[in-house]
Structure formats: C-alpha cells, structure tokens
Design a protein around this ligand. Structure first.
Ligand code: AMP
Ligand code: ZN
Length: 403
C-alpha cells in the first residue's frame, strides 16, 4: 500500500511475523540502514505495521517488492527465535519530580546555545558547555574515587585493531572511515583544481582516495586495551580514565542532541581479574547514584544491550542479557515520555583480554569493564528535565554553573 506526498512516497509494509514490543525500537533503528531511499521509518507500537517515507519519483511494484524483501529480511533475522530478555532494574528514580516538560531544542537554538553544522554535528554555546563541565567534574570525582590514571587517546583508530576485536562484524553500520588523497601529484592537482561540493557532498572521483587505514573512534576504552595488547598487565590491575570524541554514524536516526554522529564520551575503565572489574563496576554505580541524586536527574538504571547489527543482534544481545554485561543509565525525557541512555556500566568478561592478548600475572587473560557517559546526552537530558532557566535548577548545579 502506498500514497504520494510532496516529500516522496509513503509505503506501508506488513511484517511477516509481528515484531514483539521489546524489539520495536531495535528494528526501527535498523531500518535506517536498509535502503538509501528511506528517509524515515516507523514501526507501529503494536509491531504489525511499518511505515516508510521513501524518496522516489514514483511508486512501482518493483520498488515495493525491493523494500519489502529487505525489510522482511531484517525482521526475520532479528525477530525469529528471539526471546524477551528479562529487564533487570537496579535503580528507579524515573519519577523524581522535575519542573520542565518541553523539548529544549527550539529554545537552545533560539538562544544560540546549540547550532547545527550538519546532520549529527552540533556546536554548543556557553551555558551547555558549562553544564557539561559540571558533569565532567562529577565524572572526574568518580575517577578519583578509584585513583584512576588519566589518559589521552587519538580520535583516529587503526582499522587493524578494530578488526582484531570483531568490530566490523558487530557494528558495521555505524563506522566512520577516514582517508586522504593518494600520494600522487596528478591526483592531488586534479583535486585542488576541481574539488567542489554538490548537494550530496564532495564531488571527487573515488579512486583519488587512498585505501582506508584508520577510522574515527567509536569508543574511548578500546584505545586503552590496544595500548595494553600483547603483554602482561603491569601490576595485574589498572584503573584509568579518559575523555574523547566518538563517532557513530546513525543515518536517519541522527536527531537533535539525542543522537549525534560526533559526540563526546568520558570513560572510567577497569582492567584486571574478574572480581576486581565487577566490584569496581558496582562501586562506580553506587558512587554515581549519589552524584545523580544531587544533580536531581530523573533516571533508571536497567539492563541493556549494545546496538549490534542485524545479523549479530539476536545472539549477542541474548548473550549480554544472560551474563548481565551491560546496564544503562536512562534519563527521562518528559517532552516525549521516553528515556534516553546517558551512560552505561559495562563488563566485557575476558573478551578484550583474549582477543588482544592482555595477560594477568597467572597467565590468564585480563577482564575489562568500563563506565561510559555521553556528555552531550547527559546535558540534553538535564535540560529536557529542568529547562534553560537556571533559577529552576537544583542548587548544586546552578552554583557550579554560575558561581
Ligand atoms: P555505549 O558505549 O553505547 O554504552 O555508549 C556510552 C554512552 O555514550 C551512551 O550511554 C550515550 O550517553 C553516549 N552515546 C552513544 N551513542 C551516542 C550518539 N550517537 N550520540 C550521542 N551520544 C551517544
Ligand atoms: Zn568503554
């Protein structure tokens, strides 16, 4: 079924199997990667209808058939045989009263506090920056509580390292590749004279670019594990902290400050024996529980899974859930009655220890875990709950931001 609108076509697809409620969001976010012509995708909450906005001149049976086949493939792979994970709630402060219930984006833009450079790329003004600095102070306090050593990591990450930790099969959809012009005078001259942008981007022959050796880093803690690879872990345990730019290409899911291509993550990272990592992950959660109470944020901590790509999703998500590997801090967004992950508590077992050959004094592979916060996200969630008028903010935040 379809009809034509000025923005393109609306196409409806009936899933071969109904999408259960717990997978509606997961499937919807993956539809962004199904076909370049899809401009928007929505799975009905009941899971029995998918609505696509498609950029195409005319609706043809072929277009319908192509989209239908790809969408059904996603559903078959993600839904068939999936079981509902038991959501474990470790903390529930979702109903903490907060004064604001608008989408803060409009006011942020009007005040020059947020300005969009392109899809998923934003500049932030003084108020939001100070608010992020406030949260950074809290995260540095968390790092201090563990005597975590500070590190600085590059924004680029070598392809060969990501390959070693199976990143390409787990998260291919969100990768951002980096290249440069081939070291060839003709290629560089040609580029210098003719490079120009059209509405789709930079217009350059693809063979001008060198083979990809580096990508933009999707997370901070990977760099620490890479720096520890292929050697015994000094002292048998390590607590570290770092902040860095991270990149996840989220296609049409990129929207406001909620979901960015280029964002900033602060991590506190633990490497060592299993009980050291698990105990510190739990201690970090308890420390943050007090911090978040002081900031007044309404949130819940609950079990979660990483956004694995379609083929890997079912198995990996079930594994994470069974072994309680990931918990998210989900802040309330009152304006849309939903929640947004502002941070996560992660345990990777000995995955990185095995794949990167990081060994403990007894020769066994090291275990790793990290606590990760999205800086733009936590500021956005706070503003969605408290608004832009600092007089309405909890005293501790107001004083830190305004002196
Ligand atoms: P994760 O490693 O996926 O648990 O990410 C850690 C934190 O980074 C999340 O809880 C978010 O706060 C933040 N984050 C992840 N992806 C994005 C994104 N696309 N845009 C903004 N923040 C993000
Ligand atoms: Zn991490």
């Amino acid at each position: 079924m379809s009809d034509t609108t000025h923005a393109g076509l609306t196409i409806e697809i009936t899933p071969g199997v109904a999408i259960p409620a717990h997978l509606v969001g997961e499937v919807q976010s993956k539809l962004a990667y199904v076909d370049e012509r899809i401009r928007a995708a929505e799975v009905a909450p009941s899971g029995d209808r998918i609505t696509l906005q498609v950029q195409a001149e005319e609706d043809t049976p072929q277009l319908q058939a192509e989209l239908d086949e790809k969408v059904q493939r996603v559903i078959d792979t993600m839904v068939k045989g999936a079981f509902k994970p038991k959501i474990q709630v470790l903390e529930d402060h979702l109903q903490r009263p907060t004064p604001y219930n608008q989408d803060p984006m409009q006011e942020l833009v009007a005040r020059g506090e947020v300005s969009q450079e392109a899809t998923g790329m934003f500049s932030l003004g003084p108020l939001v920056t100070r608010l992020i600095d406030y949260f950074e102070d809290q995260f540095l306090g968390l790092a201090d509580a563990f005597d975590a050593n500070p590190y600085r990591f590059p924004t680029l990450i070598p392809a060969k390292y990501l390959e070693r930790v199976n990143y390409f099969s787990a998260f291919p959809h969100s990768l951002s590749f980096v290249t440069h012009l081939r070291e060839d005078l003709d290629v560089i001259d040609e580029f210098a004279q003719h490079a120009a942008c059209d509405q789709h981007g930079l217009n350059t022959p693809p063979d001008s670019f060198a083979q990809v050796q580096a990508l933009l880093s999707p997370a901070v803690c990977y760099h620490l594990y890479f720096s520890l690879a292929d050697q015994p872990l000094p002292n048998g345990r390590l607590a570290a902290t770092a902040v860095g730019s991270c990149f996840r290409y989220e296609a049409i899911n990129l929207a406001s400050l909620e979901r960015l291509w280029n964002f900033t993550m602060r991590e506190v990272i633990f490497v060592g024996p299993k009980d050291y990592v698990l105990k510190n992950r739990e201690n970090a959660r308890q420390h943050m529980s007090q911090v978040l109470e002081e900031t007044g944020l309404a949130y819940r901590v609950e079990s979660a899974n990483d956004p694995f790509f379609i083929g890997e999703f079912r198995k990996q998500a079930a594994f994470q859930s069974a072994f309680q590997l990931k918990f998210e801090i989900r802040a309330r967004l009152p304006f849309e009655d939903s929640t947004l992950a502002v941070g996560s508590y992660n345990y990777h077992q000995d995955f990185f220890g095995r794949h990167l050959n990081i060994s403990l004094p007894d020769g066994s592979p090291a275990h790793t875990g990290c606590v990760a916060f999205g800086l733009e996200r936590i500021a956005f969630a706070f503003l969605a709950q408290y608004g832009l008028d600092v007089r309405d903010w909890p005293a501790s935040v107001r004083e830190a931001v305004h002196g």
